[in-house]
Every structure is written in structure tokens, then in C-alpha cells.
Design a protein. Structure first.
Lengths: 478, 447
């Protein structure tokens, strides 16, 4: 019998070993996937018991605050957004029932004061309660308000970036939504056909139309293939990849230089330029501007999309080895899909002496007691083009606003450089305008786009840029 | 072996136990940031009770194993701390049950002078065991818990008779198989007469009945496993065990697909995270499977994932939805192991398993040391059901097997469980004392 008893003991050693093995499986080996399971609300529930940090605009105006509910052990905090829809897309939301979005999501660790294991151990010993850190964003309430006023309910987006620092003072997407209504209305908002939850600044892919010619001009001049004075024939139509291409309204131009061709947005010239520069160089410069990758912004990756040439059937990005009609990419057609943020980055890089800065929505993180936790310094993404190229392209873009298709954006006493775009989508247009001002020392770069409109970029989008730039530059000696 | 030192060893073994209880309460209180509760008093009082228990053991069972009692006290103390952390009410009740259990253990030791006296009453004991199992289905007093009939409601108290039934059935089996083992050992399986195969078939039938009537896979597995363990020790024949296993799982598979409750449990075990929308019987609404049927096991695993290697610390696991319902349903009973894993991590949980393993080691040691067949079978059988109970509930919580509601011995909240396990402990101690005395290990009595 003793042998049997010993064997029985061995059996239990094995069975208990199995228990330890499975405990290890859940606590260590599969812990991450369990934490990420959508049915797992533990983290959110715990976070809810921590007063989240306050999110403010650049001028200190409170954009996200807490409502305290319950007391003692059942105390919890619920977010409230005093301005409702005004900062909805940028700030996002954080509710236990509906997860998170926007800055609330990206900076969640800071907002709940998540620390390393050692620091929280000390806190646990001394009994300190976890408290979140505050965010000061780069958002400008006046600019934001003027952007929504300018859009006046038309579907589209306006985004402004400071070329020298990458700060984003304006991020407006229409239709907007009120983050305070997310707990009740999330499902409904999510179903609505005009997608109010979509941040059109970072998530919508639109054909860029002629605003793309700025990228083409940079590639052409910076690569040394062309100069701004290079002359090409602007007659219409001309054949590219076996298909004839027209100028807008089939306007005829003779031999004209590149400056003239940008001022009047001559498709056939820029198509030829693109063709000669070639797919490889075009892709090289697109990559430098940030195409084909998620923008380096402090915003959730799940709410951004890369700009580039997409296969419409698979939804995948195409690369330079795929068959692409580079002439039509050069004028913003083909299957090119870009975000307003990407086009603001294009204008910004030209404005900042050829250097692209990483876009930023937050500039300071402070502790609950007011001490500075982290200052988010402007970060250089990369030099896209030589200084000389940026000067040449700036000059060309200035002509667009002075006397070309973008005159509607001209400001009194302040030089503006810009480029219009009008992409045909079925029976309506995608109207675009990208710009920066003042030309001598650019303070703001802007991208404006309007969905499904009848007019052109110059008529529809340029006046909106003027309105927002006037507000932003109007204060404190722009 | 130093016989005289044993009782001192037992006493000294209790000191770390009391320290743990004191430290545990202190840790919980620090996390509550309350400083009005008398923490030291808890530890001292606990130590006092245990020393008293140890003295009685020393007087009546001077040769008994010196580890079993401190190990049990350690588990009980650990349970008290964990329950206190969950809700002071649980801890207050459990402390009372602990005292009653301790008293019951001592009463058993004092009253049962010769373990072999139990053999004489084996059929009475068997009848009581079966009766206890059937009680929960009796109209008027039976109570359904989570779809299983495990408890009886006596008005003032809920009582889980299965906890005591497991002891009664092991006592019966040990006695019965001790008499018939010769036949079972020698005979070829086809030739073993129905008479001798009788108990096997009866117990198999009882297990199947339990599945159908009590609707509880866990207890049924525990009982049948305990039976197979005793059968194996009695006969040393793996073939009999295999026949039993095949019969059990054959029957279980049949009922799993025919008894709704068992089928649901298995389904929940296989795919708790399903997001399929189903009708939730609890609320009558349509919910995701993982938020309804799969909720308990899914939350158990989520809680363990938060524990990691070292855990979040005593008092830091999230048990309730703030301002809402439970996040870990039955945290004080079924899911207490998940709470331990969350707060003490893989290391703490492994520590608890190791304590159970040491209990198993001492229990089987007593069986090996025992000089008569009945004592051997009894100690081995009781240790086996004890270990099986640990395996069934911890295995359920960690998704090794389907989750069913049995208690974690000495730790889970529950009077029946604590009381029954103290009786179980008393019986093993009696066997152990007798065994080591027979081997001439001990001369003197108390001092």
C-alpha cells in the first residue's frame, strides 16, 4: 500500500504543478493579452477612481475637468468637457463605458499619474493617493472657434500648425460631436452616415488635387532636375500613361516657367515635371514630408492614417514598386489620399526653411501641485529640402495668393503663400487650400478642406484660411 | 526522530502563523488608511487559540504529526486576512467559525479514542453521508446556488452538507475496501463478483446521481476521485482506477451533453471570452457571452493577470465595480484564489499551493506510517479528497478544468467548509498519533 500512497502523492505533486503552471500562464505569459481583452474593464475602473489630470488650452482655459460622484470607497470621477463639441476631436474623451479617444487616450498614463512600480510602492506605503498630471495643450480657443465659424457646418476640416515649433493651435473637424454625450450616444454617433466621430484632420483620406503640386515643385527643384525658371509647354490636353490629361477648364498655355505654372495650376506642366522627376524621387520627397507613415503627432495611432497612394480595393498603401501613374500623382490625382494634417505639414516644412517639425498638441505636463513634470520641446522631424528650395517654393506660392488661383486668401498688409486644390470626386469637388503666413517670418501654416462642394479650392477653401489666419494673426502683432 | 521535540516544533510553527496574521491585518489596514482597529490583538488572540489547540493535541495525541496543525492554522489565518480585506463581515463570521471548528477538532480528538471505532459504524456513516448529499434537493430546505444544489437552508444558517459527506464517504470506503481488498487485489477483473464490485458501482452511480441531482461537476469529481484514490491504495491496481475513470468520464460526457447546467459549465470553460450575443438568464437581457455566462471565469483571469509576478499588494485588488455590483463574483468563496493571485502575484499564489502540498505530504506520511489497513486507507483517502478539493477549485479558477463551486479548504469563507476540514484534520492527526506510537516513536504523554 505504501508504494500506492507514494504514487498518489506524486500524482498530486503533478496536479498542483499544473495549477502553478496555469497560474503562471495567466499572471505572466498571457497577462498582456488578458489586459487588452475588450471585456476587461479593470484598468478603466481603477483609473476611474483616480482624479484625472485637467486638460487646458494654451491660455489656461479648462477643456476637460472632473465631476466627483459618490464618496469614500465608491468615489469616482467622471469627465466633463466645458466647451462641449469645440475641442471634441482634439481632446477626445474618457469614459469607463466607452473607452477613450484623442489626447485623453494618448496621454492616459500621465493623466492618471501612472508611475513606475517602485514609486507606486512608496506611495502605497506612505498612503499617498494616486493623482493625475495636468496637460497644457497647444490649442487656441479663439482660433478653434474661428475655424468652426469659417466652416459654418460644411463638412470638412481645418488644421493649423506653427512651422517653427510644430505646435497645433487649431484642429477643427465638421461634423463635430459633443464628448459629454458619448456615454449615452456613442452607438448612435458611431452609426451616423456623416461620421461625426471621425477626426477628419487625421483620419480622413481625401484626394489632394493641386495642393500636391507643392510637393512636386519641391521634388523638382530640390533634386536639381528643374529650376523655378525652367520652361515647359502648357498646352492641353497632353497624354500621360496613354491617357490624355486636361488643364482645369481645358485652359491653354504656351511655354511657361514653373512659377507661372504653379500660379495658374497648370496640370499638363506639372504632370510632365512629375514624369521627368520620376517615381523614385517623388516617393523620396513624399516620404520626407511624412507620407506613407503615421504622422509623428502626440495623438492615438488608431485615430491617424498615413497619406499616400492607396489601392482602393484592398485599402492598402501602394509603394513605388507598384504600377503608379507618377504624372497624375504629381498633380494630386491617381489614387492619392491625404489627410489635412499631412498637407499642413507640407506647408509647414516649406515655411520653416525646409525643416519639418513634428506636430504637437501638448506642450507642458504639470504635477497636481503645479510643479513642472515635463516640458514637451519642439522636435525636428527632418530637413525635407534645402533652404534655397524652400525660398524658391515660398516665392512661387506667394505668387499664387498675390495673383493666381488663391487671391481669396490674401490678407491686408500681410504676405501669404499658398496653393489651391480642387479634386473632382464624381459630380462634386474636394476643395483645398494650404498656406502659411506671414511669408517673411511664417507663424502659422494651415490646411483647409471642404467635402463635396461645387466650387473650387480658390473660391471655397481660400476664404476660410483667410478668416482663421486673420483671427490668429490679428492679436499681439502678427 | 526527536519525539519530545515535536510538540515544541508545533508550538514554534504557530509563531510565524500569528506573525503573518498580524502583518496581514496591518497591511490591509494601512491600505485602508484606517488606524482604529486593534491589529496586534487579532494576532495575539489567534495565537492564543492555536496554542490552546496545540496543548490539547499535545495532551491527547503526543505523537501526532507536528506540521499538520500549524499548516492548517496558517491557511486559516491567511484566509482570515484575505476575508478581512474583502469585507470585515466575512472575517468576523469566519473567525467565529474558526473557533467553532477548532472546538470541533478538539472535541473529535477527545471523543474518538480509537479511530477503528469508526469501522463499526461504517454503514451508519455511509447512510449519513448519502443522506447529507441528498438533503439539498429536499423541498423546503434545499437551496440552489448558481444552478447547483449544494446548500441547505436552515433558516438561520446556510449549510453545505457535501463538505461533511466527503468525510463520511471516505470513512465508509476505507473501512469497506479494507475488508474486501483481498478479493479485489487477487481476482481478474471479469471474475470479480458483483458483490465485490458493488461499492465501485454504487459510488459511480452516486457520482452520476450527484451530477444529475446536485448538478455539480466539481463535488462529483472530488468524490469520485477520492473513491478512486482509496481504491487504488487498497488494491494497487491501476486497471481498476482506469475502469473507474472511463466510467466516470463516459458518464460525465453523457450528462455534459444532456444536463443543461453541466453543459453550460463546460462551454464556459472552453470559450469564456466569446463575444457572441446571448440571452442572459440572470438579467433577461441580451448580452455578450463574456459579460454573462463567461463573466465569472473571465473576471477571474483578468484579476490574476493584474497580479503579475509579485501582485498588487494586500488590499489593492479591485473586487467591486465602484458604486456598482461585483466585479469578481463570489470573491470570498469560489474566486478567493483569484483575489490572492491578484494581490500577492504568482509568488504568493504558488506559496499557498506549496502549503497545501506540504499538508498533502504530511497527510500521506501519516498514511504510510499507519500500521493497520483501515488507518492507511482513511488517512490517504482524507488527504486525497482534501487535495482534490484544492485542485477542483484552484483548477476551476485558473481554467484548468470547468469552474464549479467548491471552497478552498481553510481559506474560503464558509462555516461548513471550515468545520468539516477541522474534523478531517482531527482524523488525520488521530491516525498519525497512533501510527507513530505503534512504531515506538513516543514514550510519554503530556510532560
Amino acid at each position: 500500500m505504501n508504494v500506492a500512497i507514494t504514487r498518489l502523492f506524486v500524482l498530486f505533486v503533478v496536479l498542483f504543478g499544473l495549477l502553478v503552471a496555469f497560474t503562471s500562464r495567466w499572471t505572466v505569459f498571457e497577462a498582456d493579452s488578458l489586459r487588452e481583452n475588450t471585456a476587461n474593464r479593470r484598468q478603466l475602473l481603477e483609473d476611474q477612481q483616480i482624479p484625472r489630470g485637467i486638460i487646458t488650452a494654451r491660455d489656461g482655459k479648462k477643456l476637460a475637468v472632473n465631476d466627483r460622484i459618490g464618496r469614500d470607497e465608491s468615489v469616482r470621477y467622471v469627465r466633463e468637457y466645458p466647451d462641449g463639441p469645440l475641442f471634441g476631436h482634439a481632446v477626445g474623451y474618457s469614459f469607463v463605458t466607452q473607452d477613450q479617444a484623442g489626447l485623453e487616450k494618448f496621454y492616459n498614463d500621465q493623466l492618471i499619474g501612472e508611475q513606475n512600480e517602485f514609486a507606486s510602492l512608496i506611495d502605497a506605503i506612505v498612503g499617498a493617493d494616486q493623482e493625475g498630471e495636468n496637460l497644457r495643450t497647444t490649442l487656441d480657443p479663439a482660433g478653434q472657434r474661428s475655424a468652426f465659424q469659417a466652416l459654418a457646418g460644411r463638412k470638412g476640416a481645418i488644421v493649423v500648425m506653427e512651422p517653427a515649433t510644430g505646435r497645433v493651435p487649431v484642429m477643427a473637424s465638421v461634423p463635430k460631436y459633443d464628448p459629454n454625450r458619448i456615454p449615452e450616444d456613442f452607438a448612435k454617433l458611431n452609426r451616423e452616415t456623416d461620421s461625426p466621430l471621425l477626426n477628419r484632420v487625421t483620419q480622413a483620406g481625401y484626394p489632394p488635387g493641386s495642393t500636391m503640386k507643392v510637393v512636386t515643385a519641391v521634388a523638382a527643384i530640390d533634386s536639381g532636375e528643374f529650376e523655378k525658371t525652367s520652361v515647359l509647354n502648357g498646352k492641353s490636353p497632353q497624354t500621360f500613361s496613354g491617357t490624355p490629361l486636361n488643364n482645369f477648364g481645358n485652359s491653354q498655355f504656351g511655354p511657361i516657367d514653373l512659377t507661372e505654372a504653379l500660379t495658374n495650376s497648370v496640370n499638363t506642366v506639372w504632370g510632365r515635371v512629375g514624369e521627368r522627376v520620376g517615381k523614385e524621387t517623388m516617393y523620396e520627397y513624399m516620404d520626407r514630408f511624412g507620407f506613407n507613415a503615421d504622422p509623428p503627432m502626440d495623438y492615438p495611432r488608431s485615430q491617424m492614417r498615413p497619406s499616400g497612394v492607396y489601392n482602393p480595393r484592398t485599402g492598402n498603401l501602394l509603394d513605388e514598386d507598384d504600377p503608379i501613374d507618377v504624372a497624375r500623382v504629381a498633380i494630386g490625382q491617381e489614387r492619392l489620399n491625404v489627410t489635412p494634417l499631412q498637407m499642413a505639414m507640407v506647408a509647414s516644412a516649406v515655411a520653416n526653411d525646409g525643416v519639418l517639425m513634428e506636430p504637437r498638441l501638448v506642450e507642458r505636463i504639470t504635477r497636481p501641485d503645479g510643479r513642472l513634470a515635463e516640458r514637451i520641446k519642439p522636435t525636428r522631424d527632418e530637413r525635407v529640402m534645402k533652404s534655397s528650395t524652400s525660398r524658391d517654393v515660398t516665392e512661387m506660392m506667394t505668387r499664387v495668393v498675390d495673383e493666381g488661383s488663391g487671391t481669396a486668401a490674401a490678407l491686408e498688409g500681410i504676405k501669404v503663400a499658398g496653393k489651391t486644390g480642387t479634386a473632382e470626386r464624381g459630380d462634386s469637388n474636394q476643395a483645398w487650400f494650404i498656406a502659411f503666413a506671414p511669408v517673411a517670418k511664417p507663424k502659422y501654416a494651415i490646411a483647409v478642406t471642404i467635402e463635396r462642394t461645387q466650387g473650387t479650392g480658390g473660391e471655397e477653401a481660400a476664404p476660410l484660411a483667410k478668416q482663421v489666419l486673420t483671427t490668429l494673426l490679428g492679436r499681439g502683432g502678427g | 526522530m526527536a519525539r519530545k521535540g515535536d510538540r515544541w516544533r508545533e508550538l514554534f510553527g504557530l509563531i510565524p502563523v500569528s506573525l503573518l496574521v498580524t502583518a496581514g491585518f496591518t497591511a490591509v489596514l494601512i491600505n485602508r488608511s484606517a488606524n482604529d482597529a486593534p491589529t496586534i490583538t487579532y494576532g495575539v488572540f489567534f495565537l492564543g487559540c492555536c496554542v490552546l489547540g496545540s496543548l490539547v493535541i499535545r495532551w491527547r495525541l503526543p505523537a501526532a504529526d507536528p506540521w499538520l496543525f500549524p499548516l492548517s492554522a496558517l491557511l486559516a489565518g491567511f484566509g482570515l486576512v484575505t476575508l478581512y480585506r474583502l469585507d470585515e463581515k466575512f472575517a468576523a463570521e469566519q473567525a467565529l467559525y474558526f473557533l467553532v471548528g477548532l472546538g470541533l477538532m478538539l472535541a473529535t480528538i477527545l471523543w474518538l479514542r480509537d479511530i477503528r471505532a469508526l469501522e463499526r459504524y461504517r454503514y451508519t456513516i455511509a447512510a449519513i453521508g448519502i443522506g447529507l448529499l441528498v438533503l439539498p434537493r429536499m423541498p423546503g430546505i434545499g437551496a440552489q446556488v448558481n444552478g447547483a444544489f449544494l446548500a441547505i437552508n436552515l433558516g438561520f444558517i446556510q449549510f453545505q452538507p457535501a463538505e461533511f459527506a466527503k468525510i463520511a464517504i471516505v470513512v465508509f470506503l476505507a473501512s469497506y475496501l479494507n475488508d474486501t481488498r483481498d478479493v479485489l487485489v487477487r481476482g481478474r477483473i471479469p471474475q470479480i463478483s458483483l458483490k465485490h464490485m458493488g461499492p465501485l458501482l454504487v459510488i459511480w452511480g452516486a457520482s452520476m446521481l450527484m451530477l444529475v441531482f446536485i448538478r455539480d461537476l466539481g463535488s462529483s469529481l472530488m468524490f469520485f476521485g477520492g473513491f478512486l484514490a482509496v481504491l487504488y491504495v487498497a488494491t494497487s491496481r491501476i486497471s481498476l482506477v482506469l475502469v473507474g475513470l472511463v466510467m466516470f468520464f463516459g458518464g460525465a460526457a453523457f450528462f455534459a451533453s444532456n444536463v443543461g447546467h453541466v453543459e453550460d459549465r463546460v462551454q464556459t470553460w472552453l470559450d469564456p471570452f466569446s463575444t457572441e450575443r446571448v440571452l442572459c438568464p440572470g438579467t433577461g437581457t441580451t448580452e455578450k457571452y463574456v459579460d454573462c455566462q463567461g463573466f465569472q471565469i473571465a473576471q477571474s483571469l483578468f484579476a490574476q493577470a493584474d497580479g503579475g509576478l509579485f501582485g498588487q499588494g494586500f488590499g489593492n485588488a479591485l473586487i467591486k465595480v465602484p458604486g456598482g455590483g461585483p466585479l469578481l463574483p463570489a470573491a470570498e468563496t469560489d474566486l478567493i484564489y483569484a483575489v490572492i493571485t491578484d494581490e500577492l502575484g504568482l509568488f504568493g499564489a504558488t506559496g499557498v499551493i506549496l502549503i497545501y502540498l506540504m499538508f498533502a505530504w504530511r497527510g500521506f506520511r501519516a498514511a504510510i506510517d499507519a500500521t493497520d489497513g483501515f488507518s492507511k486507507l482513511l488517512a490517504a483517502g482524507l488527504t486525497s479528497v482534501f487535495c482534490l478539493q484544492v485542485f477542483v477549485i484552484v483548477g476551476g479558477v485558473t481554467r484548468v478544468i470547468p469552474l464549479t463551486g467548491v471552497t478552498l479548504p481553510f481559506i474560503s469563507a464558509g462555516g461548513s467548509s471550515i468545520l468539516a476540514n477541522f474534523v478531517l484534520l482531527a482524523l488525520i492527526l488521530i491516525v498519525s498519533d497512533r501510527a507513530r506510537r505503534d512504531r515506538g516513536d513516543v514514550q510519554g504523554g503530556l510532560v
